[in-house]
Design a binder for this molecule. Structure first.
Ligand code: M6R
Length: 611
């Protein structure tokens, strides 16, 4: 969940690292630090808090050098403090390490190292790594790569590491095991490491997606890869197709607002390039496989799980398949009796979420096929799956997911229509009609974005209370959960998403004249709309403050609702893709009114690469 950047080349690494860390601050932001090789010594600067503090420190105590590693931290072991900030060093201060992930056996490793006389300064798990390397060198390792391999053979857990040493002043070392890390190839011999491509987007046009257990030695103009046995392995250099602008703020006050506004474009592009209906990309599983398929299991975390809940409803409706969903963090520890014929669909923006990855590894060990819905090419999830449907949303920097969610919804809609057609559940006419309706979704979101001022005005009226309730049914039950999650993530207002039919089974007790109740009551072709109206009447009878999401032209709702957010009409099945955008904006403006840090909400990190 932390951010790593490293550089080796001819330039001064320090400004390059700071620029890269700025682009990674969304991965973690409670402290930051850099280590630079200066005249065959390691110099370290660390500060607690945001990166600006590190910049201020560097202005007072400047550093320069052409081999360096940097880190922005999201604390797991040890409180956010200067001591616990990375990089961490060995006793002699000649090896500096930055780390993303968790060293699970660090307690026993630390005890053994302390018994040998190593002195530890921090409470972190990371600090064992430089000491293990130092110990391996003292024990006779013939060079630094061998010492690093010896250290890694003892460490258990997930890690991405950047390492510099005063004894190898021209080299930057990198290795990963279960945590993301890429090598960026720049101009003029520049070589970078980064935990995420956006960190170095403006500097590299080619990258090597490092595999687990591969040690990289980067020097000015070269990269050498070896496995943990020391044998050389070939490097697979791939083009970086993302543009640097994709990761910029483009004049918006926050990344989140920019990403909310990107949604019409992202969804139009996904419709164009998806491999299912004539797009160019390679999909991986053949339609024959889907004809014989019986059961699907969708897994994900947080927002991705909500997309999976929506995907289940679409797959059930269009394909006739039995579909279940589960939180990856639950799935991996229960006994779900999955047979090898079950298709597993993991959903993930980052493709690096620890629980999601653990779940698919488990499912693969049972013989299941895995079809990932993912946003990040080259991520662990995409590399470990049998097939991938990319969401094509581009880098998502705001910690609260927005465009990745609607792209996941759209991907599920395409997949469900395509599988339904392959299985003969949808005929050609129905398929054309569904695709035409889906193609109208980006325009509907565009019209909705034009009304953001009215959504802001409503959010400003209701942001003050301690809590809010979100109600929805069927396709819009996941929308209620996602709307509530957005609200609590960025505005810190407690918010509860509920299936409206469950209200009488408990949450109705919460309702009084102070509780904002967001009711998703857009027009449907079945009885769900009438049922939502009944639920709203129940809230009204208890004097709850109703904020309704209603379809353009619906005058009935005005009889019960205090405030109405009108949304353009789209057919029932696709209404959640539009409705959620209204709730993203509602949460956004509530957060703005409450004065929170919207792009970097407290305690959260963009990518949860540890359990
Ligand atoms: O990268 P992933 O999609 O696997 O991440 C899953 C969740 O951690 C993520 O959706 C999280 O809930 C976001 N903060 C939601 O805004």
């Amino acid at each position: 969940m932390c951010g790593i950047v490293g550089y080796v080349g001819k330039k001064n690494a320090v400004p390059l690292l700071i620029a890269g860390l700025k682009r990674l601050e969304y991965r973690g932001y409670d402290s930051a630090g850099i280590a630079v090789v200066v005249e065959n010594k390691i110099s370290v600067r660390k500060t607690v808090g945001r990166l600006t503090n590190l910049e201020a420190r560097l202005a007072q105590q400047p550093l320069a050098g052409s081999v360096a590693v940097g880190h922005t931290r999201w604390a797991t072991h040890g409180e956010p403090s200067e001591i616990n900030a990375h990089p961490h060093c060995d006793c002699a201060g000649r090896i500096a390490v930055v780390h993303n992930g968790i060293i699970e056996n660090y307690h026993e490793l630390r005890a053994a190292l302390e018994a040998k006389g190593h002195k530890f300064l921090s409470q972190t798990d990371t600090e064992v790594i430089p000491h293990l390397i130092e110990a391996a060198l003292r024990d006779g390792a013939k060079n630094l790569p061998d010492a690093i391999r010896a250290a890694l053979n003892q460490a258990r857990g997930a890690y991405a590491l950047g390492i510099v040493s005063a004894d190898a002043p021209d080299t930057l070392f990198a290795v990963r095991q279960g945590s993301p890390l890429i090598i960026g190839i720049g101009e003029d011999g520049d070589r970078f490491i980064a935990s995420d491509v956006p960190a170095v987007l403006n500097r590299v046009r080619e990258a090597i997606y490092l595999d687990d257990g591969i040690l990289a030695e980067l020097r000015d103009g070269s990269v050498r890869l070896t496995n943990l046995a020391g044998a050389e392995v070939p490097a697979k250099v791939q083009p970086v197709t993302l543009s640097a602008e994709a990761a910029d703020q483009a004049g918006f006050e926050t990344y989140m607002l920019k990403e909310i506004h990107e949604q019409p474009r992202v969804l139009r592009r996904l419709l164009e390039v998806n491999p299912l209906f004539g797009g160019g990309a390679n999909f991986g599983l053949k339609s024959d496989y889907f004809r014989k398929l019986q059961r699907v299991m969708i897994i994900g975390c947080g927002t991705a799980y909500h997309a999976g809940m929506y995907g289940r409803l679409l797959l059930e409706q269009f394909t006739g398949l039995a579909v279940e969903t589960d939180l990856a963090s639950e799935f991996r520890y229960r006994d779900p009796h999955i047979d090898p014929g079950t298709l597993i669909i993991p959903v993930s923006q980052s493709g690096e979420t620890a629980d999601t990855l653990a779940s698919i590894r488990l499912a693969k060990s049972w013989g299941c096929k895995v079809l990932a819905i993912c946003n990040v090419p080259g991520s662990s999830l995409t590399r470990e799956s049998d097939a991938v449907l990319f969401t094509e949303a581009g880098p998502e920097i705001g910690v609260a997911s927005t465009k990745a969610y609607t792209a996941q919804q759209m991907a599920f809609a395409l997949l469900a229509i395509w599988i339904g057609s392959a299985r003969g559940m949808i005929d050609a006419t129905a398929c054309r009609s569904l695709l035409a309706d889906l193609a109208g979704v980006p325009d509907a979101i565009h019209y909705l974005l034009d009304r953001k001022d009215s959504i802001r005005a409503i959010a400003q009226k209701h942001h003050e209370g301690p809590s809010a309730l979100y109600l929805g049914r069927k396709f819009n039950y996941p929308t209620a959960l996602e709307g509530a999650l957005k609200n609590k993530e960025i505005s810190y207002q407690h918010a509860e998403g509920y299936a409206a039919g469950e209200m009488k089974h408990g949450p109705i007790a919460l309702i009084n004249e102070y509780l904002p109740v967001v009711c998703i009551c857009t027009k449907t072709s079945d009885e769900v709309y009438e049922k939502m109206i009944s639920n709203m009447r129940e809230v009204e009878a208890r004097r709850g403050r109703i904020i309704a999401l209603a379809t353009d032209g619906d005058s009935q709702i005005a009889r019960f609702a205090h405030d109405i957010i009108y949304v353009p009409y789209v057919r029932d099945e696709f209404s959640p893709i539009v409705n959620v955008v209204a709730l993203q904006l509602f949460a956004y403006y509530a957060a703005q009114a409450r004065g929170t840090d919207i792009d970097k909400p407290r305690n959260l990190a963009k990518s949860v690469t540890v359990e």
